[in-house]
Design a protein around this ligand. Structure first.
Ligand SMILES: [Zn+2]
Ligand SMILES: [Zn+2]
Length: 140
């Protein structure tokens, strides 16, 4: 349902529906996308990096990275484009985190599994004495 909200970009009031920013900002963003797209579409600019595009178009870097992340500008078409890893901010072209962070994450998961396994093993070992005591209890 639409509700009145402040636009996170320009702070003006707007009816918040499907869009998360006001109509002016949507329009502005669309214009900026077209500017960036018109720039990278030129053959000589296909391999332009994000900082180069910022310099040439004046569009904010985070917005260009957002376009890449939203796959509006695709790295398969524009190989030098990238967006930021959600963990460390490194340039990436697919997924949400970079390879180094993926390896780290894998290590953390593995560690957690090891701890989990160790805990389960302990629980099984603990099960012995517990049974022993309960049997003893019954004997009394
Ligand atoms: Zn706005
Ligand atoms: Zn990373």
């Amino acid at each position: 349902m639409a509700e009145l909200a402040n636009c996170p970009r320009c702070n003006s009031l707007f009816m918040k529906g499907q869009a998360t920013v006001c109509r002016d900002c949507v329009k502005q963003e669309e214009e900026e996308f077209q500017t960036v797209y018109a720039f990278v579409r030129q053959k000589k600019n296909r391999t332009a990096t994000v900082p180069e595009i910022v310099r040439e178009t004046g569009v904010a870097e985070y917005k260009i990275r957002d376009f890449v992340k939203a796959k509006r500008l695709h790295p398969s078409q524009f190989p030098a484009l990238a967006y930021s890893c959600e963990k460390c901010g490194a340039d990436i072209q697919e997924g949400r985190i970079c390879e180094a962070c993926a390896v780290d994450l894998q290590r953390v998961i593995q560690k957690q599994e090891e701890i989990q396994n160790a805990l389960e093993r302990n629980e099984k070992e603990d099960a012995g004495p517990v049974t022993y005591y309960s049997i003893k209890g019954k004997e009394r």
